[in-house]
Design a protein around this ligand. Sequence first.
Ligand SMILES: [Zn+2]
Length: 253
Amino acid sequence: MLTLKNCSILVVLFFIAAFLLRLPAWVYIIICLGYLLVLVWGSSRIHSQFYTSVICSGNTAKPAIAISFDDGPLPAYTPSILASLEQENVPACFFCIGKNVSSHPELTKQIVKQGHIIGNHSFTHHGMFDLYSASRMQAELETTNQLIWELTGKKVRFFRPPYGVTNPNLAKAIKKTGMTTIGWNIRSMDTVAKDERGLLEKLWKQVKPGAIVLFHDTKLITDRILPQFIAGVRNRGFEIVPIDELINEEAYA
Ligand SMILES: [Zn+2]
């Protein structure tokens, strides 16, 4: 697997080879540009596991999937999404933003009370989060964990990186907190989707054993399609199971 470590070793070997073969300067520039491109690719592709290990699916052949909701809890759609899940008796995982947990403690408690799993999605989800130092990122993770623990008594283990971006600082912060990073392998794109039917068809087509679906409990379209999505998944013979069961990992310490 291509990781930061073996990619860096490869670059050093290329440099040594270029030096020994007395290759021209442009070869060094090409190597540096290639390295930069791989670093950007590794940051933006959560599945690449370039900087840190990330669980993006369950290792199962059974027709089972898990669903997850990022960026809440917020009063606009989280309560309605929770009501749909309760009505359909479907478990989910909510990757909550710490500042939303702080502003909406009752919603946070309700998520856990209804039997859903709660995960950490940073404290601020700030647009510049990926430029923060490792210690600042670690502080965000720990503050959010502390808040959730005070409200629900749950010591969260699951973390999902804001924007799905990983980098060396985040890898350090995750390692320090001992959290398990959770990605997805079906991105609903519900933050930009406009057409409900189109979104449903696209999602149903992608459903496969062990899939983790990424939704946002901050979007009207997600709230509106959820009951139909669940029905369609069931019609295709799939079951929606708790994410910890799907990936065989403890959700709480
Ligand atoms: Zn997010």
